[in-house]
Design a protein around this ligand. Structure first.
Ligand code: GRF
Length: 244
């Protein structure tokens, strides 16, 4: 075997094998597929896509990318576990998977399962907070900010440690639908950051020092705020790193 061939083989062997579980349109799945193929997540492969529902667009996305895909009934735990094992899955991404994973799966893949949630956890998480309901609850509460959170999946509902959060401002004229759309856009970046960490070093490091970042529209607001302060002769500083 030539040394180049050996190197290529070594690289292939070290790929982190991901299973992505979905129930719907799969835009988060697509974000992970794209991040793997453009090298943002260099050492991973989306090996398998499992949907809890027939006929969803996420399955088409998997097919279009040549990824093995199937529907497994949410109650068929043994088929799910067997399939994950057969595909030698290292880590699992829940990307709009509208089913609570049973403890058997969570224990088998302990600290190797990441979920994306469309709110700033621990707020607006837990049983009943899914889909549009999350955004309706956010609006009803009157909070000024919401966002997306990628977190470790444990045996509770949305209770695992948060890894990455992205903040999104709530506008006065927002409806649950407009908010859902803006949050979905940042879910993609949020999830990719967490999956990258999972595949590169495991998630313990990120869990001990979770990252919070701002959506682009919010960052624009922060920059204007900082400029306004400068005009007033004041300087915005950050406690850790000094002047901004
Ligand atoms: C996302 O908002 C996700 O957070 C939620 O379901 C939605 C799925 O979107 N749990 P997609 O299927 O990834 O497009």
């Amino acid at each position: 075997m030539s040394s180049r061939h050996a190197q290529r083989e070594k690289k292939t062997l070290s790929l982190y094998r991901l299973a992505v579980l979905i129930s719907g349109s799969g835009s988060n799945l697509q974000a992970v597929i794209d991040a793997v193929s453009d090298g943002t997540i260099p050492n991973a492969k989306v090996e398998l896509v499992v949907s809890s529902r027939e006929g969803v667009f996420g399955l088409e996305r998997a097919k279009n990318s040549g990824i093995t895909n199937m529907v497994i009934n949410r109650n068929d735990i043994s088929t799910l576990l067997e399939t994950l094992e057969n595909h030698k899955i290292n880590g699992i991404v829940l990307a709009g998977y509208l089913t609570i994973l049973p403890p058997e799966v969570i224990k088998t893949y302990s600290r190797k399962i990441v979920n994306i949630h469309p709110a700033l956890l621990p707020m607006f998480g837990g049983k009943g907070f899914y889909g549009i309901r999350v955004h309706q609850a956010v609006l009803a509460s009157g909070v000024e900010y919401t966002g997306a959170s990628a977190h470790i999946v444990d045996c509770g509902v949305d209770t695992g440690e948060v890894l990455v959060r992205c903040v999104v401002p709530v506008h006065d004229d927002d409806t649950a639908e407009t908010l859902q759309k803006r949050v979905l856009e940042v879910e993609h970046k949020t999830l990719v950051r967490a999956v990258k960490a999972l595949a590169e070093n495991g998630i313990d490091e990120l869990a001990s020092k979770p990252v919070t970042f701002f959506s682009d529209e919010d960052r624009k607001g922060l920059i204007e705020f900082a400029q306004g302060l400068t005009e007033l002769g004041k300087t915005l500083t950050d406690a850790d790193n000094g002047e901004l």
